[in-house]
Ligand binder design. Sequence first.
Ligand code: SF4
Length: 224
Amino acid sequence: MKSIQQLNEQIITCRKCERLVTFREKIASEKRKQFMDWTYWGKPVIGYGHDNAKLLIVGLAPAAHGGNRTGRVFTGDKSADFLLMCLHTAGMANQPNSDHRDDGLNIYDGYMTPVLKCVPPGDKPTAEELRTCFEYFTLEMALLTHVSVILTLGKIAHDNILKYYQAEYSIKKSDYPFGHFKEYILPDKKVLISSYHPSPRNVNTKRLTKEMMLELFTTIKDRL
Ligand code: SF4
């Protein structure tokens, strides 16, 4: 595999996980009432951003009526609204919104990707589905050669980064516990920063606030 573009062309056609293929297509055909005039994407959702990104933002999976509808990661749902508002306020994105694939969003020096490319029922993937899609994630990691800072949004994203490094280096997962604004130096000198996921559950309960994210993004900018 020579480029992210080639990899993404392959991922978009993937039908390896039967349960997820059935679910993503069911959501795409049934739709939500407020999006009835949309043609849902209903396929795997690939990464978005710059091939030579220095910052890699890793999420869990596309949302049923977010990425699975719009076809772009962190686009068209409440998590995306919060994340982009914070990135824009921190001066790391050109606009405070991420609504659809052609809205011109630019995450400066950044690339965002989900560890699982298809929406899972109840936002809960099986271990086997994560394992199957991890092959693509590993290839993405290898192709994004300019990355110096990795931001993981949520524990599953964090665990997948550690799984990648466990395969490449002999690290102990227990040396890199997940938490909000935990910062680590990885064996290849990249900086790993973990964050609570910007989901409505965390944002509405104030477990994750705009101030917390801006503090974290200030540190990321310093490290880049
Ligand atoms: S989750 Fe990944 S491996 Fe499974 S069908 Fe989607 S793209 Fe393919």
